[in-house]
Design a binder for this molecule. Structure first.
Ligand code: SAH
Ligand code: SF4
Ligand code: F3S
Length: 447
């Protein structure tokens, strides 16, 4: 019989890494591994990494530095680096960090157990960073049934062919490859059978689903199929590319009752000249048109976005265009970043000529505009009755009976419930919104 061992997974970056970490956990169970949240207890420590900006990659190297001492005091512990830093650095990472035992790319998640066995057997470093393109081989894992969850991610396509000039993702995740719709459906069914109520479909360009295969369903067809599965109380997806935001996708928001009124559509810049230098394949006019259409089809939809300031050569006028777009388009929330040059990308060949102090100043100005837009959007919820899917106890709650959940528009709502919060978990509850706080809403349940 295999003894119980512990694995600690540190997950950085996007939801696709969260999904991959859940699968690594499941794939390691046959070797006797159980999850722990402490490095001290762990027999295997995995860093599932992100390299989208320099800061994200730096976090990984600082954690690796801290783990060096830990490895020295407990030499039997295995240390693995997975995810986008591993894929980007490959053998170089093994050379640079000689106490790392396993380096594995995102496509090697299904093979994690074999890689661990190989490292144990040989005592040497194992580097596995081959990209897979066969969707059946790559997507053979099924559902990760970990924990008792209300909401679960399902990756439906991987990779990116877009090569936005600033972005490392096409290099770390490989080419676009879609999961067969039947596999998506059976994965969703398994999750729903295990008690999951909300399904979050994932892809670097999720709305390009199926485009890599002839005759495959489009993303809107996939949404229809998943939406029709009994027990899917709420359906969300991310991230979409504005150039592929077709009308059949927009219409799904009117058509599918369980599709949540929330759409993340990264704009990146409000300046057409910067968008062209970023290789984004649309201009502001196209983007505005899509937003208007979405708002006409689905009034009250929460539109969120990503914006970058300080792209190479960004002038004051170009930045002002982004600021104006943020003001005009009224996003319900947004992520905004200082441009960070990434090795191997096209933009890294350009001079990173916007000084950091200017990037910081632009980011601050932009965030002030975005923040007031979010406050207005959240404020508009006050007085409304919103369907809230209860996820569990509010982390910041002072009273034991405070539940937390999200509106369809994806804002967090905290509210007191009679009795134990556990009994409310997974229920869709009508909640009257009573106040908008800086990062969440407060309300009272109507049932
Ligand atoms: N596939 C998604 C998200 C990719 S990464 C998309 O197409 O939008 C998430 C966000 O990180 C991007 O939307 C972008 O705003 C930001 N980002 C990516 N590379 C960056 C870089 N080099 N510097 C700063 N921000 C970056
Ligand atoms: Fe990166 Fe662009 Fe691909 Fe998004 S679409 S992952 S920003 S290259
Ligand atoms: Fe980061 Fe890789 Fe996701 S670079 S954002 S973990 S695809």
């Amino acid at each position: 019989m295999i003894g119980v061992r512990k694995v600690r997974i540190h997950t950085f970056g996007c939801q696709m890494n969260v999904y991959d970490s859940e699968h690594m956990l499941c794939n390691l169970a046959p070797l006797g591994f159980q999850s722990t949240l402490s490095d001290e207890d762990a027999d295997l420590i995995i860093l599932n990494t992100c390299s989208v900006r320099e800061k994200a990659a730096a976090k990984v190297f600082s954690l690796l530095g801290r783990l060096k001492r830990h490895k020295r005091s407990r030499p039997g512990v295995l240390l693995a680096v997975a995810g986008c830093v591993a894929q980007q650095e490959q053998e170089e990472l093994a050379r640079r960090v000689p106490y790392v035992d396993i380096v594995l790319g995102p496509d090697q998640v299904p093979s994690i157990a074999e890689l661990v066995e190989q490292a144990e057997r040989t005592g040497g470093q194992v580097v596995a960073t081959r990209f897979l393109s066969d969707p059946d081989g790559l997507f053979s894992q099924g559902a990760a049934l970990v924990g008792n969850r209300v909401s679960a991610f399902v990756t439906v396509m991987k990779g990116c062919n877009q090569f936005c000039s600033y972005c490392i993702v096409p290099y770390t995740r490989g080419r676009e490859s879609s999961k067969p719709a039947d596999a998506v459906e059976s994965e969703v069914r398994a999750l729903v059978d295990s008690g999951v109520r909300e399904i979050f479909l994932l892809g670097q360009n999720v709305n390009r689903y199926g485009m890599d295969r002839e005759g495959w369903p489009r993303f809107s067809d996939l949404l229809r199929r998943v939406s029709a599965i009994e027990g899917v109380a709420r359906l969300r997806f991310t991230t979409s590319h504005p150039a592929d935001c077709t009308d059949d996708l927009v219409c799904c928001f009117a058509e599918l009752p369980n599709l949540a009124p929330y759409f993340h559509l990264p704009l990146q810049s409000g300046s057409d000249s910067v968008l062209a230098r970023m290789n984004r394949r649309y201009d502001l006019n196209h983007y505005r048109g899509r937003i208007e259409r979405l708002r006409a089809i689905c009034p009250g939809i929460h539109l969120s976005t990503d914006l970058i300031v300080g792209f190479p050569g960004e002038t004051d006028e170009e930045f002002e265009a982004t600021l104006r777009a943020a003001r005009d388009l009224e996003f319900g929330s947004a992520f905004s970043f200082k441009y960070s040059p990434r090795p191997g990308t096209k933009a890294a060949l350009l001079a990173d000529d916007v000084p950091d102090a200017v990037k910081a100043e632009r980011l601050e100005k932009l965030q002030a505009v975005l923040y007031s837009g979010m406050a207005r959007a959240m404020g508009a919820h006050v007085g409304r009755i919103e369907p809230v899917l209860v996820e569990g106890s509010s982390v910041r709650s002072t009273s034991p009976g405070q539940a937390t959940g999200r509106t369809g528009t994806n804002y967090v709502v905290n509210f007191d419930v009679p009795g134990s919060v556990e009994e409310w978990r997974g229920r869709m509850v009508p909640v009257r919104i009573t106040a908008a706080l800086p990062h969440s809403l407060a309300g009272e349940p109507l049932t």
